[in-house]
Design a protein around this ligand. Structure first.
Ligand code: URA
Length: 444
């Protein structure tokens, strides 16, 4: 007789700490996508998973079933090893826009689908759309054609990529179940498996601006995701990097694209350069372009000889964007209001609550406060003082940009509240903490 599975039994089984079998997980995923399982039962199971965890076998089944709940993108029309990179989410994280053209300039193939901003974190698609005319919604044929022609394209995720994740994510967002290792691992990796790349490089963030607050928990998340990817036949590795302060100096969509152009011109902030060089070199290494040192050298050369910037120009042109902003970044839309935020205290900056700084940028209009909020591409923050810097009263900490005067004061207060000071110079934490692949964890 066919087995009769009930959602209430699945919830109770997980509540009591038992392992769900594959049929039960399939019943759950099919039921949320078809609408047969109501949100309150899904929410109850999410909370049970939050407290009881999942075994590696359960996590593998859950992730693959989530991936298969929608389209499994077929990239076989692209010649060669397809590379993908993904950040678990941060503030000022514009690494994809730096790394993708570098990798393509060095002969790698970046066929990348990216997301929009989520909560206090930014998203690559919103940032690219700050380039006038840039089209992030290419059809699959045009995407594949572009990658075959110039080696790189970055587009938004197709509507039907892992629909189970969309439903689960929306419920997690409102039930306190976002910062959970198996739920984050299955959410990210279901989309990566469905997006079809052969090699996946993850950038797992920890710290005050990340979902994982400690490096240890980020390493654990990285290990789970690497094992899911490898068990599904994808070469997968992860860097574990700090989000204890925003990455680089600029937060906000057009401001971040300007900083990307700076880095590709051989300028730009040191932390962003260090992280981008490691990510790009690892992708090239995964694509068999040489040992790590050779790949680092390839990356540096592509910046020095201008080929990476030229590749960005090619990508922008191919996707309908206005390339003139690359040579004259003044062509980006300007914020009507610009305010220098002056320090009210003297001392060393010892902490930056990065989530709060991300929220301050959102409050200026750079992110969404509601699902249908319209992003102001010119809004955001340029940071002049970071952890370890000494400031006197009245020194400029940051410049805030917005198009609406009334947004300035609350965002400024939020920024002030995010900073802590000390009388002694604090030690700088490590930016790139560890590297994880199928051979284990390397502490850097
Ligand atoms: N990014 C995702 O796609 N999912 C998560 O759960 C967290 C970050």
């Amino acid at each position: 007789m066919a087995r009769h599975i009930r959602m209430i039994d699945i919830i109770c089984k997980k509540r009591d700490g038992k392992e769900l079998d594959k049929d039960e997980i399939k019943f759950f995923i099919d039921g949320i996508v078809s609408g047969a399982i109501p949100d309150y039962q899904t929410s109850a199971l999410l909370m049970a998973i939050h407290f009881q965890g999942m075994t590696d076998r359960e996590l593998a089944d859950l992730t693959l079933l989530m991936a298969k709940s929608g389209e499994m993108v077929d990239l076989s029309g692209i010649k060669g090893l397809k590379l993908d990179k993904h950040s678990s989410g941060g503030v000022g994280d514009k690494t994809t826009m730096v790394v993708a053209p570098i990798v393509a300039a060095c002969g790698g193939i970046m066929a990348k689908m990216s997301g929009r901003g989520l909560g206090h974190t930014g998203g690559t698609i919103d940032k690219l759309e700050a380039i006038p005319g840039f089209n992030t919604a290419l059809c699959k044929e045009d995407f594949i054609h572009q990658v075959n022609e110039i080696g790189v394209s970055v587009i938004g995720q197709t509507g039907n990529l892992a629909p189970a994740d969309k439903i689960l994510y929306a419920l997690r967002d409102v039930t306190g179940t976002v910062p959970n290792i198996p739920l984050i691992a299955s959410s990210i990796m279901s989309k990566k498996l469905a997006a079809g790349a052969d090699c996946i490089l993850l950038d797992v963030k920890f710290g005050s601006g990340a979902f994982m607050k400690t490096p240890e928990s980020a390493v654990e998340l990285a290990q789970k995701m690497v094992s899911i990817g490898e068990n599904n036949g994808r070469r997968t590795a992860a860097y574990v990097t700090s989000m204890d302060s925003p990455l680089g100096q600029n937060i906000g969509n057009a401001l971040e694209v300007q900083e990307v152009i700076d880095v590709l011109r051989g300028q730009g902030p040191e932390d962003l350069i260090i992280e981008c060089v490691s990510l790009a070199a690892s992708l090239l290494h995964m694509a068999n372009k040489g040992d790590m040192e050779t790949c680092r050298q390839l990356v540096r050369t592509s910046i020095e000889n201008g080929s990476a910037l030229e590749k960005l120009r090619e990508m922008v042109k191919a996707q309908g964007g206005d390339v003139s902003v690359i040579d004259a970044p003044d062509g980006f839309s300007k914020a009507g209001v610009c305010h220098e935020l002056k320090s009210r205290e003297a001392g060393y900056i010892s902490g930056m609550n990065t989530e709060e700084i991300g929220i301050a940028s959102t409050m200026l209009g750079a992110g969404r406060e509601q699902l249908d909020s319209v992003i102001d591409p010119a809004a955001g923050i340029v940071i002049w003082r970071k952890i370890g810097d000494r400031v006197d009263k009245g020194d400029v900490l940051a410049t805030l940009y917005t198009s609406r005067d009334e947004l300035l004061a609350p965002a400024a207060e939020r920024y002030y509240g995010a900073l802590t000071y000390s009388s002694k110079q604090p030690e700088k934490g490590s930016l790139v903490y560890a590297f994880v692949d199928k051979n284990g964890v390397e502490r850097l």
